[in-house]
Design a protein around this ligand. Structure first.
Ligand SMILES: Cc1ncc(COP(=O)(O)O)c(C=O)c1O
Length: 461
């Protein structure tokens, strides 16, 4: 079901400098005269197989980076062969139809109405950026300002509100959009790591020009989902754009069991959904959904060499006006193939299995005195720590043990920081992993932790 890319081990053993050097050596120098397609493909295959990761390994559990479905990989190869683009009608009519089809299907799953629209982007970071661009221009328009022509200088004290656990791409987008990272007001979270509506309301009352409330449906580390209906109500009262960053959590809509977690998506002005996270697509397969096609107004363009007005009037138009990109790869095709092949229920079963694995990993960790369970299993992640006898060594031991596993090539697990404390993370997106694999993975972590602890106590580097 999944495309196998490598040797079965999660990551190549060795120090990064050696692994990278080995891959470069396989390629050799760029030749003056080519070596031919077969030899060239053999070389890049060797470089990738020897020096790459294998996400089908049950010991690959670091990032929101799933093993891709074979059907999606195959469809993506077709896309490359066709080399269509989505900016104009005459650069890929069928691809435009496929994107419309996928956007409509995903908008329906999100519960957005008949006016909903959307566009694929090269990742959640870019979907969030595009959403905040639309929100910024809408906020400016409400004040009678034209940011597109005049820049953001005239927008007084812009403010973007998100929880303290929001993805860093929100702050980056503010910087890129000229709002400045200082525009970000972080709102505190409750004990379940969800944005506190009362804190949002008081931050909104504190002043500035609110550009957007950014809720997170699936925080990167914990999978926690902000209370969307309550936040939507507050955003509505203040007349502020509600963007939901559901890059991670959108996949819950495929599961009958978990869909309730993301109730309220339908109340958003815009939603980021990454199917290269929960969705088992090769990157990138990010979609920005909007409540109404009219919200794309700020991106509208008519360009003489692409989509002049008279051509558009006759229906010869593409999706240039929904995107910051001009040439744009039809990432929707692999998603269409996947939705057709598996259906909602097929994808839902994969989501449920990964959720179940996360619950199982959390239970194993909670029952093991070598570990402390920090949180997670809301979606498919579990955050935890190895506990050395001397707690003052914990940060260093956890950081070292993860690097030791990477260097040994035995396990690919994540790392994060919670309340200034170094933690480990399992991101379980391989539905083929078994419970026994999780137990074996945790044994590797325990052994690496104990070895790192011993070395530190003995004063070794
Ligand atoms: C909640 C959230 N939003 C946005 C992003 C950025 O997505 P991408 O890496 O596709 O740019 C991530 C990535 O992990 C994420 O977890």
């Amino acid at each position: 079901m999944f495309a196998v890319s490598s040797s079965g081990r999660p990551i190549p053993p060795g120090r990064p400098v050696d692994v990278l050097a080995r891959a470069r050596r396989v390629l050799g120098e760029m030749p003056e005269h080519g070596i031919g397609a077969d030899a060239a493909l053999a070389r890049v295959t060797t470089a990738l197989a020897d020096g790459g990761i294998d996400l089908t390994s049950p010991f690959a559990a670091a990032h929101l980076q799933p093993p891709p479905l074979a059907v999606a990989v195959t469809a993506d190869a077709l896309v490359s062969a066709g080399n269509a683009s989505l900016d104009t009608y005459d650069s890929g009519p069928a691809a435009l139809a496929v994107e419309r089809w996928v956007v409509a299907a995903l908008a329906r799953l999100a519960g957005l109405g008949a006016d909903a629209d959307g566009v694929f982007t090269p990742g959640g970071t870019l979907s969030n950026l595009t959403a905040l661009l639309l929100a910024r221009d809408a906020a400016a328009a409400r004040l009678g300002l034209d940011v597109r022509s005049d820049g953001v200088g005239a927008l007084p004290d812009p403010v973007v509100l998100c929880s303290e656990l929001a993805h860093f791409s929100v702050a980056r987008a503010c910087a890129a959009l000229g709002l400045g990272e200082h525009a970000v007001r972080t709102v505190s979270v409750d004990s379940r790591r969800r944005m506190r509506p009362d804190a949002l309301a008081s931050t909104l009352r504190a002043g500035g020009t609110p550009v957007a409330v950014v809720a997170t449906a699936g925080t990167t580390d914990f999978g926690s989902v902000d209370p969307l209906p309550e936040l939507a109500e507050i955003a509505r009262e203040h007349g502020v754009w509600l963007h939901v960053d559901a890059a991670y959590g959108f996949g819950a809509v495929f599961s009958a069991k978990l869909a309730g977690l993301v109730d309220g998506l339908a109340l958003a002005d815009s939603v980021t959904a990454d199917l290269h996270k929960i969705g088992w697509q090769p990157a990138a397969a990010s979609v920005l959904l909007v409540r109404s096609a009219s919200l794309f107004g700020p991106l509208e363009r008519s360009v003489a060499y692409l989509n002049p007005e008279d051509d558009r009037a006759e229906g010869y138009d593409g999706a240039l006006g929904r995107s910051l990109q001009t040439t744009r790869r039809p990432d929707a095709v692999k998603v269409a193939a996947t939705l057709l092949a598996l259906g909602r229920a097929g994808l839902g079963a994969l989501v449920d299995r990964c959720h179940e694995l996360a619950g199982h990993a959390a239970a194993l960790i909670a029952a093991d005195p070598s570990f402390e369970l920090v949180g997670g299993a809301t979606l498919t992640t579990v955050v935890f720590r190895y506990r050395p006898a001397d707690d003052s060594l914990a940060d260093e031991v956890n950081a070292r043990l993860r690097r030791a596993l990477l260097r040994a090539g035995s396990a690919l697990i994540g790392r994060t920081e919670v309340d200034k404390v170094t933690c480990l993370k399992l991101t379980l997106l391989n539905p083929n992993a078994r419970e026994a694999d999780l137990a074996a993975l945790l044994t590797l972590v325990r052994e690496a932790g104990s070895a790192a602890e011993r070395r530190l106590v003995e004063g070794a580097a």
